[in-house]
Design a protein around this ligand. Structure first.
Ligand SMILES: *Cc1c(COP(=O)(O)O)cnc(C)c1O
Length: 377
């Protein structure tokens, strides 16, 4: 399915082979071939309208239906309780880093932050800029963020506790969400959103830029408890308030229509896989293929994350012989794999194996790793 693919080239007017490789990029990242194919097939004429989905008004009936259906699908797929609103926003998770303290911090109150790496720290920086009082309730900084702090003791009375559920750069992931005491969690799920079922009991807000695990870049999904709106401040401009998006069903201004449409297709694909429980089981199986190779050869492959905190989305490791890293990467290109270079904060290698990465891709990488070891071990 993912190797060579025969199709009719629109300009060359003949059958050509299109090559799909295994793309391990951290984001934007690989998307299901079925989703891309469906989008391609209806791109010029959406449902007999004679227009592309990206050419039509966001106020028209056709787009409205796409919009509403995607939200309803998300609520069903992720089992989102009634107390939450679903908001479609832009500006990526990075904009949320600022909007959260702006809207959720109370005057005279205190926020909590769990620091598990670069993205957590960027969220903390925005709270600092806004002059919000906060406490770092836990951190994994002492060991280059190779673990998830546990147990986490959260002091009472915090406005919210911000955390990153999956640390894209370091390859660590919260297996279960921590208990925030009498507060609620605000969770950056950018890199594991819809990769597994979500326990909403301790969550006040969850958000994700979609380009890691759930769609193209340009759409940020926010799932927020309505009780937070009463904290909004008079001086906050409309576009920076969550309630503005809630009141107008995220159609206050022009939304990213193409991204919303693509997100709907991804949700439909998740349903077809059997929902989040099935997707989670598939992700476990995929990650195991690669971690098994690392575990079997600990003198050659050095996993970055502590075993019990390893991410099912981003596998990070170094070569004991670091000078071979470039060779390793060169060989992956020849084997139709891409995107495996590690982030500069960890170095080495990283395989991002989100929902849309097929089992065959993880198997190909595991086989390549065994082969590379045989030649260089
Ligand atoms: C990629 C990423 C971000 C940044 O997302 P943008 O959409 O580029 O702002 C934030 N948090 C996590 C966990 C990420 O993986």
């Amino acid at each position: 399915m993912f190797s060579n693919w025969l199709y009719l080239h629109p300009y060359k007017k003949k059958q050509v082979f299109m090559k799909r490789i295994f793309n391990f990029s951290a984001g934007p990242a690989t998307l299901p071939l079925e989703v891309l194919t469906e989008a391609r097939d209806e791109f010029l004429d959406f449902q007999g309208s004679g227009m592309s989905i990206i050419e039509m008004s966001h106020r028209g009936g056709i787009f409205q239906k796409v919009h509403d259906e995607s939200m309803a699908r998300l609520r069903a797929v992720a089992a989102i309780p009634e107390r939450f609103d679903i908001l479609y926003m832009t500006g990526g998770a990075s904009t949320q880093f600022a909007l959260i303290p702006m809207n959720l911090a109370r005057k005279g109150g205190k926020a909590g932050y769990i620091n598990t790496g670069v993205w957590s720290k960027k969220a903390i920086e925005q709270a600092k800029i806004l002059g919000v009082d906060f406490v770092e309730v836990a951190s994994s900084k002492d060991q280059n963020h190779n673990y998830i702090p546990s147990p986490i003791n959260v002091p009472a009375g915090l406005d919210y506790v911000h955390m990153t559920s999956n640390n894209t750069i370091y390859g660590t992931q919260f297996r279960t969400l921590p208990n925030p005491g009498d507060s609620k969690l605000v969770v950056d799920m950018s890199s594991d959103f819809l990769s597994r079922p979500i326990d909403w009991s301790h969550i006040g807000m969850a958000y994700a830029g979609l380009q890691k695990n759930a769609g193209p870049s340009g759409l940020t999904v926010v799932i927020i408890d309505r009780e937070y709106y009463e904290r909004e401040k008079e001086e906050t401009p409309s576009m920076f308030r969550y309630s503005t998006f809630a009141k107008e069903q995220s159609l206050y201004n022009t939304p990213p229509t193409f991204q919303i449409y693509m997100f709907g297709l991804v949700l439909k694909w998740i349903e077809k896989q059997g929902g989040l429980t099935a997707v989670d089981a598939a992700n476990e199986k995929k990650a195991k293929l690669i971690y098994d190779v690392i575990d079997a050869h600990p003198d050659f492959y050095l996993g970055h994350a502590r075993k019990e905190d390893r991410s099912l989305m981003n596998v990070t490791w170094n070569l004991a012989k670091q000078e071979l890293t470039d060779d390793f990467l060169k060989g992956t290109k020849a084997a139709s794999m891409d995107g495996l270079k590690g982030h500069r904060s960890v170095g080495g290698l990283r395989a991002s194996i989100y929902n849309a990465m097929p089992l065959e891709g993880c198997q190909a990488l595991a086989d390549y790793m065994k082969d590379f070891l045989k030649k260089n071990g």
